[in-house]
Design a protein around this ligand. Structure first.
Ligand code: APR
Ligand code: PHB
Length: 399
């Protein structure tokens, strides 16, 4: 059979994945005069509607503002001074502003994604949605490329100077690094989260993280009318075993409904799903002319909401590094990227593991006493509270 002709396209940077990492990278590169093509296997609507985390740390907000992407965020997001940490009968507020001078913003990843897509569409960004057969080639040469089949079924190739894998945990970029050149670290946690979105005003002004003998619970939010709540559940939990009533009852028990007069107001559940909890890191985050950013390079469990923030920090480092190389001919920042980015990756990997381990019950009574002791220390010692606050509100990018 004669192979069908391949449609060729040229760009400076081929970006695989149109999630927050890929779209933000395209934006930051364009601002530095570097053009790119984004390749995405899903539809634009699918990518825009995925429900993910909703907390932006200070450095993420700073970066979005500097990049001119924070117009709607500044109008609509809620700024929080801190969080509540609780265990039965006790609720403590940690004030990040008093402890570190930094805040966090409640603004869903879906909103960040909408703002990114709007900005890139206005700028005429080339994006191929609904592609198939994505494959990376010649990464160790000076002329890497990505081949794929477009929505119309045509074979295509994007030839670039650099390829960036922003294709999340299931994309092909991670595995394009030869096995002998990569190393992975992985931890699967023995519990999952059951998450709901509900059309009801939050019953709290700031997020509540609750340790409870029945398991962890959290009260988060997306806006003044939409609440996001989570329950620790065993791995393998079937969402159909959890009716809305059962969920609200468990949330009320674990979050302390009735304690000191606090009430959890239930409301209509609009989304319900089970999320597995995993830590994963692959190194190096660069191989030849392939760079990894965001979930393609690392996964954190959701406790502490670091996933999106880490993705933003990666591309916040990578964009100027690639511009230094492709515009000014200085390869040093790009060569340092893997090591610099990885320092923050391990910091956030540790913080997410630490928050997860402190708050989720394992069934072991000894572990429970250690967790309660740790929670008391974090809530009552300025040193303990500052450590949590500094990591939660986010260290400066490049730390
Ligand atoms: N070809 C093209 N695109 C692909 C392929 C492929 N073979 N495989 C996956 N993709 C796309 C996915 O469809 C997805 O839209 O790559 C994109 C990766 O996006 P995300 O998973 O959102 O990852 P990232 O942009 O790094 O954002 C990290 O997402 O998972 C959360 O907690 C995480 O909030 C963090 C953020
Ligand atoms: C969320 O709102 O989805 C969220 C908030 C904080 C977390 C995790 C998830 O730690």
């Amino acid at each position: 059979m004669t192979p069908s002709p391949v449609l060729e396209e040229r760009t400076r940077v081929a970006i695989i994945g149109a999630g927050p990492s890929g779209m933000l990278l395209a934006h930051l590169l364009a601002q530095r005069g570097v053009e790119s093509v984004v390749l995405e296997s899903r539809s634009e609507e699918y990518v825009a509607s995925r429900i993910r985390a909703g907390i932006l740390e200070q450095s993420t907000v700073d970066l979005l503002r500097e990049a001119g992407l924070a117009g709607r965020l500044d109008r609509e997001a809620q700024e929080h001074r801190g969080i509540y940490l609780q265990w039965p009968e006790e609720r403590h507020h940690l004030d990040f502003v008093a402890l570190t001078g930094r805040t966090v913003h409640v603004y869903g990843q879906t909103e960040v994604q909408k703002d990114l897509v709007a900005a890139r569409t206005a700028a005429g960004q080339r994006v191929h949605y609904e592609i198939g057969d994505t494959a990376l080639h010649d990464l160790e040469s000076d002329h890497p490329s990505v081949t794929f089949t477009d929505r119309a079924g045509r074979a295509r190739r994007v030839a670039a100077e650099v390829v960036v894998g922003c294709d999340g945990s299931f994309g092909p970029s991670r595995a394009a690094v030869p096995e002998a050149a990569r190393r992975t670290w992985e931890k699967t946690y023995p519990y999952s989260w059951l998450g709901i979105l509900a059309d009801v005003a939050p019953s709290t002004d700031e997020l509540i993280y609750a340790w409870h003998p029945d398991g962890f619970a959290m009260h988060s939010m997306r806006s003044s009318t939409v609440s996001r709540l989570y329950l620790q559940v065993p791995n393998g939990t079937d969402v159909d075993d959890w009716s809305d009533d059962r969920i609200w009852e468990a949330l009320a028990t674990r979050l302390g409904h009735g304690q000191d007069g606090w009430q959890l107001t239930p409301g209509p559940v609009t989304e319900k799903s089970v999320l597995p909890m995993r830590s994963f890191v692959q190194t190096p985050m660069r191989h030849g002319r392939l760079f990894l950013a965001g979930d393609a390079g690392h996964i954190v469990p959701p406790t502490g909401a670091k996933g999106l923030n880490l993705a933003v920090a990666d591309v916040g480092l990578l964009a100027p590094a690639l511009a230094a190389w492709l515009v000014d001919g200085d390869r040093r920042p790009a060569e340092a990227y893997a090591e610099t980015a990885l320092r923050r990756v391990w910091r956030c990997t540790h913080f997410s593991w630490w928050m997860t381990s402190m708050l989720h019950t394992s069934g072991d009574p000894f572990d429970a006493q250690l967790q309660l002791s740790q929670l008391r220390w974090v809530a009552s010692s300025e040193a303990g509270a500052t450590g949590l606050a500094e990591n939660y509100a986010g260290l400066p990018i490049g730390f």
